[in-house]
Write a protein that binds this ligand. Structure first.
Ligand code: MHO
Length: 243
């Protein structure tokens, strides 16, 4: 066997071993997208109740690169969780428009909450949980209005309370509200290397796992992640047993 053949085989073995011990999903976001100028990422912002839930509801979708919990829709400068003024708990979604469209995000928005509930969402009561589609430009406003009409025809006996608003200034929520569902799961955090807060907030993998932790991934993805994690657990991983 010549040297290059040997190197090739060793590389294959190392790759296989590596994939057994780490959690990686196919990253369909080409390097050029993030920061590239030809087809930049787009941003959408929605309010649909607690932002813990909202981040998780969108995090696992193909084409969603990252999410953040934010305060939006109000006028109070520098809102905080205990004094958010007239803002609504919202999710900021960075997505690749070549993989997922604003209209597809709207579909997820409608199916992820009860848009007829006024002054709250589920058990959470208050103005901060109201339902809003934020838009950036006339095309998005048109899509939002059309999708709201469609939703209203589905809901004959009650009024869809969702507002459609031009996106104004919005603010990131405090770190303890970011990737909240994932942070409730120390095992998953450990699995991706206990990232520092800043890294965690930028990480696409953490964004996906945040959806997984809340069991809000599409079934196919939920199963794919389950299988990957079971594989890691079954094969065992380096554990310090004694000093
Ligand atoms: N139902 C949630 C609301 C939290 S939220 C980020 C709770 O457990 O308090 O507003």
């Amino acid at each position: 066997m010549n040297l290059s053949a040997a190197v090739f085989i060793v590389t294959i073995i190392l790759c296989a071993a590596n994939s057994a011990l780490s959690i990686r999903f196919p990253d369909r976001i080409p390097d050029s997208v993030d920061g590239g100028s030809d087809q930049p990422l787009k941003t959408a912002v929605f309010a649909l109740g607690s932002f813990w839930w909202s981040e998780a509801a969108f995090g696992c979708l193909d084409g969603v690169v990252r999410t953040a919990a934010v305060y939006a829709g109000g006028s109070k400068p520098n809102p905080e969780y205990r004094s958010l003024g007239d803002h609504a708990e919202s999710v900021q979604i960075e997505y690749d428009p070549r993989i997922i469209s604003f209209r597809q995000l709207l579909d997820i928005f409608w199916t992820s909450h009860d848009s007829r509930q006024v002054f709250g969402q589920g058990p959470d009561v208050g103005n901060q949980y109201r339902s809003i589609i934020f838009t950036n430009g006339t095309e998005e406003s048109r899509y939002a209005a059309l999708s709201k009409e469609k939703e209203q025809t589905r809901s004959k006996n009650s009024v869809v309370a969702t507002q459609i608003q031009q996106l104004g200034l919005f603010y990131p929520a405090e770190p303890e509200h970011q990737k909240f569902e994932l942070k409730r799961n120390p095992f998953l955090l450990q699995l991706i290397g206990n990232l520092a807060e800043e890294e965690l907030e930028r990480s696409s993998l953490a964004t996906k796992l945040n959806g997984y932790a809340a069991e809000l991934c599409p079934t196919r993805m939920q199963k794919q992640i389950d299988a990957k994690i079971n594989d890691i657990v079954r094969k065992g991983w380096p554990i310090l047993r004694e000093i």
